[in-house]
Design a protein around this ligand. Structure first.
Ligand code: PLP
Length: 488
């Protein structure tokens, strides 16, 4: 078939090795069902080390807090706790989970909107609270005073930063206190001095723009100066998450795909999606309108490299000196809360092919034993091909590349695993597996439901023993302890 457009995933050594263990992944799904989530706890350790190396490179002290909301796995959290990294929790359930997985309260940061129970448990156990609003500070202080709780360490989450020089638009956020109301916020902090201790300021921006983040970081440095001028002594800057992941192996494939998608929307080539879906693009009177609502799946500067670039940027309000230099001079601690980036290469989702159906000249219809919510990539705008794992040797055929529509198992027209046509190197057959790699962040279990009483995917943790052999256990059975056989 000519004109196949691939979006091959970036495969690190661990995920690559697991996919080569085809017997193992087939027997796992035979035993535990499809879909199945597989997480790789050893990878999160490596990812934490990479963030730490960037801090070392810039001679900065600080801490990395994993944003728990990106995955519910216990294995990943326990492994993370063993590295001494922190956890960012955004609900009562996440806080309880983090505590039960061995995270030390001093290394837990409570973010997001908080109900009283969440605030109480955070205050009771000595977790740091990143204040979402002035009202939350009132609520926390009242709780500490009436319940006789220990003084709580708090960060002031700020938003609405403005650049000093060239205009950089910063996104509106519904979280945090506007930086222009800092004075009032600090007065409140001072008034509640018996109940809270201000240890730093924070921001979290849901953007890929380094310029926007640099403006926010500068804004935080200015806010810290103001705190110190008033006699407060905060010393941490929490720069939130959003460091990103590079999902694709190949820049050319990504550029070619997005170009062809635009051509398809314009009607200049055969459709690339189900029902003419345009991923945000549309045609109006022969021209292209709208914006591509996709994750930038090919992203060479992501994860710890993105952090490195941010720290290396000049601070315009501080005479163009490097942000890292300014942090170092004041001996500020740098906190980061990566979710997606710490889960890069940490897992995959397996789904079994149930049925293939030829429908005339169009793409082959392929139905998987999974729902769109189980795979999640589409929901998050990540376009990336699955890896086809044949059932057994001898089934390899010479049919060559094939275009397919991937449908889910719900009795629902909208249950499309991908809205786009996927090109596979071979025709799949029932019993084959599709491995959707790098799904650990947000895709694996964020949207899983019990719709139609279908079971949600089980999750296993997998690791290689000293001989490189793959071992596994159920996610909840994993503890980062070397068992007697030394296999972990
Ligand atoms: C979601 C979230 C994060 C993590 O964001 P990523 O894009 O996954 O890195 C960090 N901090 C806060 C406050 C968040 O809400």
């Amino acid at each position: 078939m000519g004109g196949a457009l691939y979006l091959e995933p970036q495969l690190g050594p661990r995920l690559g090795s697991l996919l080569e263990s085809s017997g193992l992944v087939h027997s796992l799904t035979d035993a535990l069902g499809s879909p199945l989530g597989v997480v790789l706890p050893d990878q999160i350790t490596e990812n934490v080390d990479r963030f730490r190396a960037v801090l070392r490179k810039h001679h900065l002290a600080g801490q990395t807090f994993f944003a728990h909301k990106a995955n519910r796995s216990s294995a990943l959290l326990r492994r993370l706790a063993a590295t001494g990294a922190g956890v960012d929790v955004a609900s009562l359930g996440e806080l309880q989970h983090a505590l039960s997985c061995g995270a030390a309260p001093a290394l837990i940061m409570a973010t997001g909107p908080k109900e009283p129970e969440f605030l109480w448990l955070a205050a009771r156990t000595g977790v740091t609270v990143s204040l979402d609003s002035p009202a939350e500070l009132d609520q926390l202080a009242a709780l500490v005073r009436t319940q006789g709780l220990p003084r709580v360490r708090v960060l002031l989450r700020l938003s609405g930063f403005e650049s000093s020089g060239v205009k950089v638009l910063t996104r509106r956020s519904r979280f945090g206190s506007p930086v222009r109301e800092l004075d009032a916020a600090l007065k409140t902090v001072e008034r509640y001095g018996d109940a809270v201790e201000l240890t730093g300021v924070a921001y979290h921006l849901d953007t890929t723009s380094l310029a926007e983040k640099a403006v926010a970081l500068e804004g935080c440095l200015m806010a810290l100066e103001e705190c110190r001028a008033r006699g407060l002594a905060p010393r941490a800057v929490d720069i939130g998450g959003g460091f990103g992941v590079n999902y694709l192996a190949n820049r050319t494939q990504w550029e070619q795909y997005t170009t062809e998608l635009a051509n398809a929307v314009l009607g200049c080539r055969p459709p690339l999606t189900w029902g003419g879906h345009g991923y945000g693009l549309r045609e109006e009177g022969g021209t292209l309108r709208g914006t591509l609502g996709l994750y930038p799946a090919y992203r060479p500067v992501a994860g710890e490299r993105y952090l490195d670039d941010l720290l290396s940027r000049p601070a315009m309000a501080f005479g163009g000196r490097k942000l890292a230099t300014l942090l170092l001079e004041h001996l500020y601690d740098l906190y980061a809360e990566p979710g997606r980036a710490l889960l890069d290469q940490c897992g995959l989702t397996l789904a079994k092919v149930i049925e293939t159906r030829d429908v005339g000249a169009g793409p082959l219809w392929v139905r998987l034993a999974a729902t769109a919510g189980d795979i999640g990539l589409e929901e998050h705008g990540v376009l990336m091909d699955p890896v086809l794992l044949r059932r057994g040797p001898g089934t390899a055929d010479s049919s060559g590349p094939v275009a397919v529509h991937l449908f889910g198992s719900l009795c629902l027209e909208s249950d499309l695993i991908t809205r786009r046509i996927v090109f596979l190197p071979h025709r799949p057959a029932p019993g084959d597996l599709m491995a959707f790699v790098n799904t650990a962040a947000y895709c694996m279990d964020f949207h899983a439901t019990h719709a139609q009483r279908q079971p949600v995917a089980r999750k296993v943790a997998a690791w290689q023993d000293g001989d490189g052999e793959w071992r596994w256990c159920l996610d909840e059975q994993y503890w980062p302890i070397t068992p007697p056989g030394g296999s972990q």
